[in-house]
Write a protein that binds this ligand. Structure first.
Ligand code: 0XW
Ligand code: MG
Length: 367
């Protein structure tokens, strides 16, 4: 089998309703990139990468497509079943840029699954359950609005909520946390996610002021060294998200006793293969994790759900997908959707999603 063509598409994912608001950024539309890898066997594989705007992390849509323009021409003629050789060629073509390479990784896994007529979760060792729990991220807002959303999302079946905090007076974050715990069900679990925006002093004040509330603190500060400095002063478990950039710093955070769990974004770490290794490490160290991504449509969602399916249920903290915030499936027959708080693990070969590429704008083609 040979790669004969690679097409790179661009598409804007509009957010339904209010903008998605986090501590350091507010977004209304996301620029996503889709990779289509065509082979001489009639099989095509798809991948996607969708940074959360240009300021969320060191990744942006134009950068993804520029990186892919460096890489794609070098892959034409290679055998996509030789995953390791193709990804090595990506590294020979361009250093770093894991987020862009993740779209190539995803397309290769999609081809391999289609070639062997197996869902990616089966290739990864098998999903441990037919459907996985999702969680909902509630944007930064007033205590009353976040409480209203808490009740609404519990009614829709979500059993875990991520409450966005940060970027304002920390007393407002404390008021939101208290209000959520006033209204939520006892069984609903909560993470306060500051997306790096709090100072060490603010986090310690927040944690000690809310020592009676049982939540997880997710990526409260920006730097790993800040997290390490405050870890022993906190009254809450500490999960790493944005600092969990790759395998070395994830293993370091476990060995140094800083991270009690993780929110891992598939494209940030380089794709499905890297994420599978991270899941193995979390299993070995009994570290809970959620399988997420920055944003994306059905392709990214499918990758997150296949990976979430192989996580030991006792360590799964849910799979976040953007479907509730956008309203345009790529594959109307097999769109990845949340039903009553749960997501079916795709059963089709590969990703189990075949996008209608006519939805997208063709950006670059290589053959
Ligand atoms: C909730 N997410 C997984 C989706 C958005 O990209 C933000 C992210 C997070 O946990 O920070
Ligand atoms: Mg997070």
């Amino acid at each position: 089998m040979k790669i004969t063509e690679i097409h790179i598409y661009q598409h804007d994912l509009e957010i339904k309703g209010k903008p998605y608001k986090m501590s350091l950024s507010e977004v209304k539309s996301l620029d996503t990139t889709i990779v289509e890898m065509v082979t001489d066997s009639g099989i095509s594989g798809f991948g996607e990468v969708c940074p959360l705007g240009p300021t969320y992390q060191e990744a942006h849509a134009l950068g993804a497509r520029a990186a892919l323009s460096e890489i794609a021409p070098k892959l034409i003629g290679m055998n996509p079943l030789h995953y390791g050789k193709v990804m090595h060629q990506c590294d020979l073509a361009l250093m770093g840029h894991l987020y862009a390479k993740a779209a190539i990784d995803m397309a290769l896994w999609d081809i391999i699954g289609k070639h062997y007529s197996a869902p990616i979760s089966s290739l990864l060792g098998g999903a441990k359950r037919a459907k996985v729990p999702s969680y909902y991220a509630i944007s930064i807002d007033s205590p009353d609005e976040v409480a209203r959303m808490t009740i609404e999302k519990e009614a829709q079946g979500f059993t875990r909520l991520q409450i966005k905090v940060g970027g304002r007076d920390v007393e407002e974050d404390i008021a939101v946390a208290r209000k959520v715990f006033e209204v939520k069900k006892p069984t609903t679990t909560v993470a306060l996610d500051a997306n790096r925006a709090l100072t060490t002093t603010q986090v310690m004040h927040l944690s000690q002021s809310c020592r009676d509330l049982n939540f997880v603190l997710e990526q409260p500060c920006d730097k790993y060294q800040e997290l390490k400095a405050i870890k022993t002063s906190l009254c809450h478990p500490l999960y790493m998200d944005e600092s969990a950039k790759d395998l070395p710093n994830i293993t370091q955070s476990i060995v140094e006793g800083v991270a009690d769990g993780f929110g891992i974004k598939v494209t940030r770490v380089g794709g499905i293969s890297a994420m599978r290794s991270i899941i193995d490490i979390c299993h070995a160290h009994q570290k809970p994790l959620s399988c997420d991504d920055s944003w994306g449509g059905d392709l990214v969602a499918a990758a997150c759900v296949h990976l979430g399916g192989i996580v030991n249920p006792s360590l799964s903290r849910g799979i976040w997908i953007a479907a509730p915030y956008i309203d345009e499936p790529y594959d109307t027959l097999n769109s990845v959707q949340i039903n009553d708080g749960w997501i079916d693990v795709p059963k089709g070969p590969g990703l189990g999603v075949v996008p209608d590429t006519s939805m997208f704008i063709l950006s670059q083609s290589y053959s």
